[in-house]
Ligand binder design. Structure first.
Ligand SMILES: Nc1ncnc2c1ncn2[C@@H]1O[C@H](COP(=O)(O)OP(=O)(O)OP(=O)(O)O)[C@@H](O)[C@H]1O
Ligand SMILES: [Mg+2]
Length: 313
């Protein structure tokens, strides 16, 4: 069953040098209940924007957002109140999100105060339970944000996102600010919490091995467009951009240095072409049709979708 969905989503942020900056161009994505959807692509391709659009933290320029089958695109602030507690976000660097001069108790009680009328004891019980679930004891309630390590702050960020018992959580680079060992602990924690609380995640990451570890399907974006959706990270990708992205990730791995291949044209300036495929300027295989006609995301196999004129043959 679809939990959250965007249809024909366009997001344009203002105008720069007469060119509109389209952070999203005709994006269609459905996330089913219980899925962990990975969202990957190079910096600036629109991953965080898409996450915020799902949560209605950013407004669409055009298109629709559905939550549990309900069109919430034009919901007012008051209408969103009943829904907002079901959708939460975990950020890359939780220290930017909460005030370092607030205690963990203040940070965790804020959402509870906003949405529920709970007694002091009920709040303490809920906060202690969540802290325990993220691997911290209740002595942390007295700590200030600036007295926590990066890993502990991420755990508090996770506890804060889950304290209202949401159905859907956008994890925006949740493990990018911590070292490898902590990263693995946090990924295992996110997986455990997903199972225990019946959560659905959109997992945004540059780290393809993290995506491989936890995601049930993976969405590959380039310049505001979905290029490919694969049912698993080990599925062979078809889109020239996806191939380049995975090759770049492999070449960053010291064990695969010899594999380094250039799979796209280097350009000084990356811009969205006025028509045709968004990747045409960097694609080594681009044909005339790629310059003139925008490809449509099309299913080529079960759960595998590609937006490329050359992949459908
Ligand atoms: N508030 C804003 N105002 C203007 N432009 C914005 C704003 N937020 C994002 N953008 C632009 O929209 C595009 C997509 O940004 P977004 O943050 O969604 O990318 P991203 O894929 O999350 O990048 P990163 O991997 O670096 O986090 C970029 O060109 C960015 O500069
Ligand atoms: Mg981002």
């Amino acid at each position: 069953m679809s939990l959250i969905e965007v249809k024909n989503a366009y997001k344009c942020y203002g105008k720069i040098k007469k060119h509109s900056v389209y952070a999203l161009t005709d994006v269609n994505l459905t996330i089913e209940k219980g899925e962990i959807v990975g969202l990957v692509g190079e910096s600036g391709c629109g991953k965080s924007t898409l996450g915020k659009i799902f949560l209605k933290l950013e407004k669409l320029t055009s298109g629709k957002v559905f939550f549990n089958g309900q069109d919430i695109t034009n919901f007012s602030f008051n209408q969103m109140l009943s829904i907002r507690k079901n959708m939460q976000m975990i950020f890359q660097n939780s220290s930017n999100v909460f005030n370092p001069y607030f205690t963990v108790r203040q940070v965790l009680s804020e959402p509870l105060n906003n949405y529920f009328k709970l007694s002091y004891e009920e709040k303490e019980k809920r906060m202690t339970l969540l802290l325990k679930r993220v691997g911290l004891n209740n002595s942390y309630l007295e700590r200030y944000g600036n007295e926590l390590s990066g890993g502990q702050r991420q755990r508090i960020g996770i506890a804060r996102a889950l304290i209202l018992n949401p159905e859907f959580v956008v994890c925006d680079e949740p493990v990018s600010s911590v070292d490898y060992a902590i990263r693995n602990q946090l990924l295992t924690l996110l997986l455990d919490l997903k199972h225990d609380f019946g959560l659905t995640y959109l997992f945004i990451s540059h780290d393809l091995s993290a995506v491989n570890k936890i995601c049930t399907k993976v969405v590959i974006m380039y310049l505001g467009n979905i290029m490919e959706i694969i049912p698993r990270m080990d599925e062979n990708v078809e889109h020239p951009y996806s191939k380049a992205l995975l090759a770049a990730a492999l070449s960053a791995d010291p064990h695969n240095r010899s594999e380094k291949k250039i799979l796209f044209k280097e350009t000084d300036e990356i811009f969205v072409p006025k028509k045709g495929c968004a990747f045409q300027n960097r694609c080594l295989y681009a044909k005339e049709i790629c310059k003139n006609k925008k490809p449509i995301l099309t299913q080529i196999k079960d759960g595998h979708y590609v937006s490329c004129h050359l992949c459908k043959i």
